[in-house]
Ligand binder design. Sequence first.
Ligand code: FRU
Length: 914
Amino acid sequence: MKSFYPSLFVLLILFSLSCSRDKEKDKVRIGFSQAMTNDDWRRSMNDAMQLQASLDSNIDLIIRDANYDVEKQIKQIEGLIADSLDVLIVSPIQSKPITPVVQNALNAGIPVLVVDRKTEGQNYTAYLGADNIEVGRNAAKEIISSNTRDSIRLIEIRGLAGSSPAEERGMGFQQIINQFSKARIVATIEGNWEKESIQDQLIILLKKGIKVDYIFAHNDRMAIGAWEVAHDLGLEKEIDFIGVDGLPGPNGGIQAVKNGVLKATVLYPTGGDEAIKLALKILDKESISKNNILSTTIINEVNADIMNNQFEKINEQQAEIEDQLKAIKEQEVLYSSQNNLLKISIALLCIILSLTIYSIYSIFAIRKKNRQLELTNNKITIQRNQIVKIAEEVKMSNEAKLNFFTGLSHEFKTPITLILSSIESISEVAREKGSTMMNEVELIYNNSNRLLRLINQLLDFRKIEDRKFNLKASKTNLFAFSKNIFKDFEREAKKRNINYKLSSNNETLDVFIDRNLMDKVYFNLLSNAFKFTPDNGKIKIQIEDNVSGNVVRISFEDSGIGIPTNEIDEVFQAFFKGSNNRKNSSGIGLHLSKEFVEMHKGKIEVQSVHGTKFTVTLYKGQAHFDEAEIITEQDLVDTKIIDFTSEHLVDDNYLIEAPNKGKEKYSILIIEDNRDLSIFLKNKLQLEYEIHLSDGTDVLEKAFEVIPDIILCDINLPDKNGFEICEILKKDLRTSHIPTIILTALDNKESYLQGLQSGADLYLTKPFSYSILVQSIKSLLYNREKLRYYYTSNIHRIEPTDAFGNMEQQFVNNLNSLIKKNLGDSDFSVENLAEDLHISRVQLYRKVKAMMGISISDYIANIRLAKAKSLIETTSLTIAEVAYETGFSTPNYFSTAFKNSYGTSPGTYRKSVS
Ligand code: FRU
């Protein structure tokens, strides 16, 4: 729509322009080849033509001036022919040379009007001009009639030879003169129409003393020139002069007659206006005469005034006409500009009209849209109100929940505090009782402490949200403060062989910190570092005092798993949990740390390239705190309640009772990344079981290497989760038979189902009762035992059964068919069997031992003996034949083995059954 109006406008302008161009096309093109324009007669001819042409706006008059140059005139006519004229008007300088080019114009289909002077022959469309023979005759008649002398002596001054007026005027003049004997032409002067061409010749003649009464010149200019010569010689009163043209105006022939310079002049009209009229007639195909003769007359002292007056009148009228034409022209210009203006106005009007229509349409469209928008708006308002209401309700319910959790957390604090203070007194007794008790006390202490910190975090989060924290900064030695907290993690570092260091470039530096809050920051950053740093890793706290500046930086750097680069900006957001973090995390610790540091006007930053580095920057001095935020506190003291660092407590492998050595024990693989819990379970269970531990990073290697009797597996583990591990082990032939117990804090239905789907045999949720765990292990082992009994007591009839899972059934089937196939081959070894089953000899041994309770070689031997027993019962083969048939290398070895197994020799057995 936008581009529509300008294009409409352009169209209208083009339309108006094209109209004016059409008019141009209709114009009549008249070309006029003028012989010369250096005299008044020619100028008057041109003026008359132009005036006549200007009366008709359709005429386009093109005038070319040959300036007395015949060649030039020919070229100009050729040019006009090429310019596709409608009519050509020619006034030839001379007749002969111009005749061919006039013929060319006719040949090109252009009508030719010859004026004033003629071409040779009659090859033109029409001729216009006065009858020059008549002009000559009139001049002679005037001389004769006005003269009373007895004899008249004449000089004839001729026009340019070769031009028709000169020839014809001379001819007409002589015709009359010759009729009168008293008149005699005494001399002839050849001129070229201009006075300069005759004056010298006339001087010579007159100076010779030739007596002259009358001089006839072919035009007024030469006649006046002759008078000038006579005047100079003082003869002007004795000679009369007569010319041709009879032009009005101060230099014209009429004025010369009036002045007495000329006796008379013969009117020779230019016919300029007539020529244009005739040209139009030719174009309009009107019938015209070939020769159009203009009238001529004698002007002498009798009629000079009248003629002059008439010419003046004519001139006045012409001037008037010219004025009117000028006025018309101006009107035309005005009209054309007004016309254009009108067109533009119409175009603009159209545009305005279209715009108005469009605007009206737009107004309606906008109104419609507005109504729709209003409706949508109303809907949105209603929805927003609903959302606000729901949000309000959610907020209230959240508030209620949070209040509930906060209340509950507060409730937890008291019992935990009681537990912690009780531990203090119990630790005294435990210390006397020995290491076993002390270790359990430490476990209770550490975990109660952890619980207390977690609950405090929850309460702090609520407090931060409600902006209820009041900072209480006190002057604190930063290194001593850091050292105190550093020590709390030293034992764990030692146990896990972590390179754990604290360093400072200024151990005497005091800063103003809220010890309680900063303690939480330190604890949080260190707990994270220990949580994500593997055993044998590195954790470093570095205090860097910018001695010349006003800040101190404390960095906590670990060699842990790090934080993915794209998540680094989110670490301090509440509830953030890194995508690579498979551990239990509340996600509020770092958020709180940031809030606490910022309450100190400090900042906390994180970098993670290899491991993670948190840097806390604090201002030195106290100027950045309000007065109300500063308190005075005692210097730091070691606040630890119980010292667990006594040398006899450093070993995790403490024993509650001495393990029952000698007896072959079932093995258990515990997969748990909480070191405390795994050590606790190990120490409790190792009395009865052989315990293997994995923190989840090496679980598959351990499981395939040990092939344990039972697997205890946590869910949230650093590498693969418990479900994935369980699924892999249950699908692998080497471990598929192992009963698996999943131990987890996830107690929802979905997780339980997922556990069962992954193939787990049992799903126990934390906190679990130790005795239930022990009972569960025992009953799983008992079930396994029952199956073993089934296998070992039915060895000879083991057929496909559902007693085991599919994997096991498949395994036993394969095993049995391989043994039966090679029953007669005494060289068939356990290695051959393992190879055929695509597992190692040790794995085969462990798998069979786990499933059947006996070694693989005993299992093969039992099948051989069972087969031999049945052959003795059902066939008449000799004992030796039975021995070879069932793969025994010698009958003697067979007898010994048979007796060992069945308590009787094969021969005795044959007798008892036959
Ligand atoms: C003008 C003129 C006239 C004369 C005519 C003859 O150029 O010389 O004086 O009458 O031409 O063609």
